[in-house]
Design a protein around this ligand. Structure first.
Ligand code: CO
Length: 309
């Protein structure tokens, strides 16, 4: 007896079903066999801290302190350090200390297989050094075989909120000062528009304490703009405090140095005694914690890490 047409069709249908099940299995199973050139490695996350740098050996402790804080905040995540100033990198190289540039540090990390890096600026204001770091980070993300994800953490005085927090923390850390005394913070200063961050911080400080002043070495206001105000108020003693991550060359020479053009000498010539506090902001734990908060924000911007497959 010939099989009926419907029985034949049924057999064809079951063959087709079996074939499609086999095809599905063939597509699903052999991922392990394909591993090799095409496979995705696990993500490797790292942190890069970028300081301006210092050539003063005693000032390095402020940068070391910040690095130790970052390591403690992110256990198991490698923390690297770069100096953004070429002049300082060259100077410390002559002392036998090798510090990479941000680009060199990121190139090294790319070569070591880092796929996610949070770069934290240890600068005070979002000036030229910071915009260079941002451009370098973007370049590494765009570069073939660069680093897939590079986020950048804000410097100390970036947003209005950052400045308000910094004012609060800095005020709490300042030396006690009597009625006829003042505190004079030394900022670096720049011709970059971010110099305005000092004016914003000054306003935030004055909301709580009218006897705390900011002047800058290389920007506005300079000491000549602040000195008349100190005299007008009858200030007898000024506490000099660096508003920089380290108490380096500017603090030692331009602020507290013996030369006639140092702040200490110029104040003395105006009848105001001074007392220098040689401590960088990075050495003050409460201020260091703000930089670490900014690093935490930068790490949060990185995508979830992937395990190898
Ligand atoms: Co300088």
């Amino acid at each position: 007896m010939r099989p009926s047409v419907s029985a034949h069709a049924l057999r064809l249908l079951s063959c087709a079903l079996l074939a499609s099940v086999l095809l599905a299995l063939a597509l699903l199973l052999p991922h392990a066999a394909q591993a090799g050139h095409g496979h995705k490695a696990a993500d490797k996350r790292g942190i890069l801290l970028v300081a301006f740098g210092t050539s003063v050996p005693e000032a390095v402790q402020a940068i070391d302190a910040l690095k130790a804080e970052a390591e403690a905040a992110f256990p198991g995540v490698p923390v690297r350090l770069a100096y953004s100033s070429k002049i300082i990198r060259d100077k410390v190289a002559r002392q036998g200390i090798v510090r990479p540039s941000p680009a060199q540090a990121l190139a090294d990390m790319a070569a070591e297989g880092f796929t996610q890096v949070a770069v934290q600026s240890l600068h005070a204001i979002p000036g030229r050094e910071f915009s260079d770091i941002t451009a370098t980070a973007e370049a590494f993300q765009a570069m073939p075989k660069g680093i897939a994800h590079v986020s950048v953490g804000r410097p100390l005085l970036h947003s209005h909120e950052d400045i308000a927090k910094a004012a609060e923390v800095i005020l709490a850390a300042l030396p006690r000062h009597k009625k006829d005394e003042a505190v004079l913070l030394m900022g670096h200063g720049t011709d970059h528009p971010a110099n305005a961050a000092y004016a914003a911080l000054q306003l935030a400080l004055w909301k709580r304490d009218k006897s705390v002043f900011i002047a800058t070495v290389e920007g506005t206001p300079g000491l000549d703009e602040v000195l008349p105000e100190l005299k007008r108020r009858g200030v007898r003693l000024a506490h000099l405090v660096p508003l920089m991550s380290v108490a380096g060359d500017h603090a030692m020479n331009d602020m507290a140095g013996a030369d006639a053009d140092s702040w200490a000498s110029r104040l003395r010539a105006a009848g105001i005694a001074s007392r220098a506090e040689m401590l960088g902001l990075g050495s003050r734990p409460a201020v260091a914690a703000l930089w670490i908060d900014h690093l935490r924000d930068a790490v949060k911007q990185l995508p979830a890490t992937r395990k190898a497959d």
